[in-house]
Structure formats: structure tokens, C-alpha cells
Design a binder for this molecule. Sequence first.
Ligand SMILES: [Zn+2]
Length: 231
Amino acid sequence: MFNKPNRRVDRVFIHCSASDHANHDNVATMDRWHRERGWSGVGYHLFIRKDGTLEAGRDLERAPAAQSGHNRGSIAICLHGLKLEKFTTAQFDTLKSLSVQINNAYSGAVTFHGHREVAAKACPVFEYKDVLALNEFGQLGLTGANTKPLIAATSSTDSNNMPVLRRGDRGSAVAQLQRLLMIKDDGIFGPKSDAEVRDFQTTQGLVRDGVVGKNTWAALIANDRVVHDGG
Ligand SMILES: [Zn+2]
């Protein structure tokens, strides 16, 4: 659940991802988009999928890279979506529950805003002020009484949803694999990636076949979680 970072926070910004494509419904895609723009990975701290699942993005201890000129002292939340009618009740429920948790963590000394309040953008496209019952100052009008428990994604990568990869493959899933292997994420499964995969498989007691299937993905994700938890 929400853990207050050590840095000062007094504002929360709400965003939408500007896509309704199912393949973009995850932090890994946001991460790739930001990297492609030359930025240091995903700019949002929290991402809410169409099914309401909450996914962790950027480390909360770091300022977001989401609202130009207004990143410091803020937390950035992004809901997957572009068209107003495609946002889901599950997403809004998660946004409400998350916002109540954040608000409680700061004893109400935090205000909630749409990205569009500080930029000439339509983001977010939905009526976040209504969803969060905000007053004119951006103070939250909700309490825990009308919110549901949050469902957190177990990892930014779900081994059940990842494609089987092998040498010669290309694309965002390969880049995600490379990030998990902690090698250059150019999205091209070449000899270097192949060697790294085989070495990883050996260390994990898996079949050293260079094919990244469900078991290898699961081991990579588990390994990633340990590394990050330790750090
Ligand atoms: Zn935005």
C-alpha cells in the first residue's frame, strides 16, 4: 500500500496515458515511451490499469518527471486511457482508494490536481474533481468509508502475459527482458542477450536453452523484486 516517501510532498497530480491500447496498459510501456524520449524511464509513480490494478512506476523517493516545472514536491498518478468513455469504474475506485491513503498519510496536508491545471493540455481527460470530490483548493472530499481495498500488481511484468522470446526477436518485450537482465535495452534479441539469458538460466537451475518462456520470465521477475527490495 502507499508508503510515504522521505522527500517533502504537498501536491498530487493526476494524469492519463493518452492511449487505450491494451498492450499499453502497463508501466513497462510508459517506461519505454519515456526512455524513447531520452528521459530516465517512467515519469509517474503510480499507474492504474483498466482493471483497476495499481502498478508501481518511478520510485516515490524521486521527484516525478510528469508536470514540467511542477515536479518537485509532488506525486504523479497516471490512469491508462485516452477516450473519456473508456476509463473504467475499477480505475476510478482505485484512484479514490489510493487518494484516501495518500491524504491520510499526510493528515490532509496535500492537495490533488489535474495535470491540465499546470499545463496547456487536456490531461487528464476525465473529471477528476468529481471523482475525488475535490473542493476549490484541491482538498480531497472522500474518506475511507466509501473506498475499496487496493489491488496491487505483483510486479510491473506479469510472467503469464509475456511472450516467449528467443534470439532474433525484437520489440518492447525484448527491451523489458533486457532491463530485467540489466543489459542495454535496445529491443533486439541478439547474441549478447542470448548469452545473458543462458547464463541466467544456468544460475537459476533452468534449462539452458536461450528461450525465454514462462519459467524464465517468472525467475527474472522474482530476481528483479529481490534486487529492488534489497536496494
Ligand atoms: Zn499528464
